[in-house]
Design a protein around this ligand. Sequence first.
Ligand code: CP
Length: 340
Amino acid sequence: MAELYGRDLITTQDWSIDEIQATIDLARKLRAIVRGGGRPPRLLDRKNFFMVFYAPSTRTRGAFEAATAMLGGHPAFIDVSTMRMEEAVKDAAKMYDSYADGIGVRILDKAIDFVYGAGRRVVEEFARVAKVPVINMACCTYHPTQAIGDMMTIQAKLGDVRGKKYAVTWAYSSKPRGRCSIQEEVLIATRFGMDVTLVHPPGFEIDPKIIEAAKRNAEESGGSFEVSNDFEEGLRGANVVFPRNWATAEFLRVGATAFGVDREVAIYNRYRDWRLEQHHVDDLMGRPAIVTHVLPVMRGEEATDEVMDGPNSVIYEQADDNFFAKMAVLALTMCKEVEL
Ligand code: CP
C-alpha cells in the first residue's frame, strides 16, 4: 500500500476503504508475528516519530511509543507543558517537521477547555505546515487510529460487518468528555456498511457535518444511519454496543469555563439510568452481541463491571488490536515499502 507513504491521517474519511482495510490486514499480520513470540522487521530503523501531547493519555501514548520502538524507530514524547507555548503552532510544526519522519498530535478536552473545533484546527495546522505525515492521535473531532483498531476487533468478532447493527450510545458519567471517538466510530462503521444507530438523550447532538457524512457513507456502502433518543430501543437488535458519555452540544460550543462543569453534570444526572447492564445485552441485543469501549470506561456509570468484565465484552482485545493498528499506520505512512 505504497499510496499511504507520506500521507496524513486526520480522520478515517481521508483514506479509502481499501486503504483502511489494508491497514487492518497489516495490523493482523503484525499481531500474529508479535503474539507468536517474534518481532517485526525494523521498518522504522533510525526514524523519529514525534508525539506532541497537549492532552493526557493512557493507551494512545503507550501504544504509539511501544509500536514505534518495536519497529526500530525512536518515539519522542513531547509533553507540551515542556514546550515554549508562546510560540505559534506553525513554528513548532516547522521545527518538528525537520527533526522527525512523522508527527503525532493529541489535543482535546481540558487542553482546549472543551471548545469544539479548537483541537482539530491545531492538528490541521501541523498537517498544513509539515511535509512528513501527521497522525491525529485524537482531537475534539476525530480519533482515526482508534476507529481503525476498533473495526479490526469488530471484524474479528462478527466476520462480514455489512448489515450488522452497531449502537453507539450515550451513557451516564459524572465527568464531561469530548466526542471524538463517538464521531469517528459513526464514520468508519457507516463506511463499512454497518447499520449504525446513534443513541443519545436530547441535547447531546453530535456535529451536523459528521451526521451528513455518516448518511453519505451509508448511502455509498449500503449500510444505514439513524439517530434515536431512546436508550432501550436504540440497543434493540444491536450486534455491537459502545456505551460512552459525551458532553452536550452547548457545553462543547461555548466551552467548559463559560458553560460550567457543575451545570453540565447536573444535566447528565437526569440520565443516570443510561447505564449498560447485562440484562440489556441479554434481552435487547441481537446475536452475536459484543460490547466495545475505547477506554477509559467509567465503570459503574457508563456500564456495570458485570458487563465490562462479562462474556460479551471485547474491550481488552480491542485495546490490543489498537496497538497493532497504530503500528500499521506508522509503518504505512512512514515507510516507502512495507514487507513482512
Ligand atoms: N482510547 C484512548 O484514546 O485512550 P487514552 O485516552 O488512554 O489514550
